[in-house]
Design a protein around this ligand. Structure first.
Ligand code: PGA
Length: 231
């Protein structure tokens, strides 16, 4: 871990942008000056995964830009109406998948066991899981994963109350760092651990300059390409 190493910024657009807005976003983002030590994962709403994946930002700069899904089916491809499988995401170029986001755990009653199953499927399709854990339950959430999944996943520490859609009440930095240190006792010092929860232009450097924070999972501030490029 080092505070100067490249930081990963994951844009979680949730279910927010439509096709024309996405086209505009990509155009504007490509024109922005970006910080040098950043890598970006763009996670569009599922219906636009294929479209976003064919945009030349990914082929022109594959070491800096990658595509991610926001969720995956708990099932392999098959007769599961409405589901989006890991193999489909893989075929569209997704290299990451956000799994177990608090919104999914809350609104879709996703359990840690399901998150673990999804993560195993993701890995079998060469997709790196970005597993979201929260402040009260991260021990159980991590323990639900087998060792291989734990070793190969990225983790996103997201206190629920700090996520903008759940109120956006940030914790003091010290509290966040203590929680991340505890999480690291479970997932190891070599794991990538992101912070998520109302990361914006004002606070991003505070988080991203921390040695123990490998990057950020960004919701609201990722909707604006000018702002996102400034993080
Ligand atoms: P936020 O979302 O940046 O809008 O708080 C983060 C997240 O939900 O992953």
């Amino acid at each position: 871990m080092s505070s100067t190493e490249t930081k990963l910024l994951v844009a979680n657009w949730k279910s927010q942008l439509q096709l024309l807005q996405i086209q505009e976003w990509l155009k504007t983002f490509s024109l922005q000056e970006k910080r040098t030590n950043r890598e970006y994962v763009l996670c569009p709403p599922q219906p636009f995964l294929g479209y976003v994946g064919t945009q030349n930002v990914f082929s022109a700069s594959p070491e800096t830009f990658t595509l991610g899904a926001q969720n995956l089916s708990v099932f392999e491809a098959g007769a599961y109406t409405g589901e989006s499988s890991a193999s489909a995401a893989h075929s569209l170029g997704a290299q990451f998948a956000i799994l177990g986001h608090s919104e999914r755990r809350k609104y879709f009653r996703e359990t840690s066991q399901e998150v673990a199953q999804k993560a195993e499927l993701a890995l079998s399709w060469e997709i790196t899981p970005i597993i979201c854990v929260d402040q009260d339950q991260f021990e159980d959430q991590v323990h639900a994963l087998n060792k291989k999944t734990r070793d190969l996943s990225i983790f996103a520490y997201e206190p629920i109350h700090a996520i903008s859609s759940f109120g956006g009440q940030e914790d003091p930095l010290e509290t966040t760092l203590q929680a991340i240190a505890k999480l690291r006792e479970l997932v190891g010092d070599d794991a990538e651990v992101l912070y998520g929860g109302s990361v914006d232009k004002e606070n991003s450097l505070t988080y991203l300059s921390q040695e123990s924070i490998s990057g950020a999972l960004v919701g609201k501030s990722s909707l604006d390409p000018v702002l996102f490029a400034q993080l």
